[in-house]
Write a protein that binds this ligand. Structure first.
Ligand SMILES: Nc1ncnc2c1ncn2[C@@H]1O[C@H](COP(=O)(O)OP(=O)(O)OP(=O)(O)O)[C@@H](O)[C@H]1O
Length: 261
């Protein structure tokens, strides 16, 4: 489990997160939502151990993240960042194989090629496996990095932890649905604890056990999707009108455009 305990984070004196607490539990999916600049990626960075809190602490299995080596962390949690740059020419298969790096010199290494092939297949990119990563479309690249995380996750004890920053941002609707389905499957079947940043509130509505709504570095609502994704809570945060339609929550772009006109 990852626990964020009363964490604040400032950069050159500017507070980006204030007094944020949340727990990422095995088998549970937590969606982090909120407007641009609210601090979602910063929060994910704290949970990943890429950033250190200015106040408060982040623990993994009860131990401060600072006490874990990078390799130990990489064997317990996989991260898919919002922007991933691949510095040198690599095929898709080579990029996905990077997910196996933390398992070098372990028995899991024996399953490398099979685990890579399985992750590539799960991400629906088998037909792209020998293509140059740099020549892929944005959505294809996003699926490649999703596959890399799956390859890293496979041997983790108790299903491991998965942190994803806007994993559906470049995906078409079908591939987004497939990814969300896979996340639910990982949580249910392997017990993987998952946190993901999303802008699409309907995706959050259907994938998440818990939703955290951030605004200007603070949590303004936290609870089940039904509790948090309500027009009354969302409208002041996004300055857009929302309608609950069946189980869905819809932004009223029509009203926004009429208001603008
Ligand atoms: N290295 C940095 N230097 C200065 N400001 C930063 C830096 N990193 C983040 N910020 C600022 O911190 C705030 C939170 O950034 P963050 O990336 O966490 O937001 P976000 O909620 O993920 O936004 P988005 O939805 O646009 O991805 C933003 O105002 C951003 O400009």
């Amino acid at each position: 489990m990852i626990a964020v305990e009363a964490c604040s984070f400032s950069l050159r004196g500017a507070p980006l997160l204030s007094q944020v607490s949340l727990a990422l539990r095995p088998g549970r999916v937590t969606a982090i939502v909120g407007p641009n600049g609210a601090g979602k990626s910063t929060l994910l960075g704290l949970m990943a151990g890429a950033l250190r809190p200015t106040a408060g602490r982040v623990t993994l299995a009860g131990q401060d993240l600072r006490g874990w080596t990078p390799q130990e962390l990489a064997r317990r949690r996989a991260v898919v960042s919002q922007k991933v740059s691949v510095a040198m020419p690599m095929t898709v298969r080579q990029v996905v194989t990077l997910g196996r790096q933390p398992w070098r010199a372990t028995p899991a290494r024996a399953g490398d090629a099979a685990a890579v092939a399985e992750a590539i297949s799960a991400a629906g990119i088998t037909h792209l496996a020998d293509r140059d990563h740099a020549a892929l479309s944005g959505g294809e690249q996003q699926r490649c990095h999703w596959a890399r995380a799956l390859a890293q996750l496979a041997p983790m004890p108790l299903g491991g932890l998965l942190l994803l920053d806007e994993p559906t941002a470049s995906l078409d609707l079908g591939h987004a649905a497939a990814l969300l389905r896979r996340l639910r499957g990982l949580a249910a079947a392997q017990g993987t604890g998952i946190a993901l940043v999303l802008h699409d509130l309907n995706q959050a509505r259907f994938v998440a056990d818990e939703v955290v709504l951030l605004e200007a570095g603070r949590i303004v609502a936290q609870g089940s999707a039904a509790e948090v994704l309500r027009p009354r809570l969302l409208e002041p945060v996004y300055a857009v009108r929302f309608h609950a339609v069946g189980d869905s929550i819809l932004a009223d772009y029509g009203a926004a455009l009429r208001d603008a006109g």
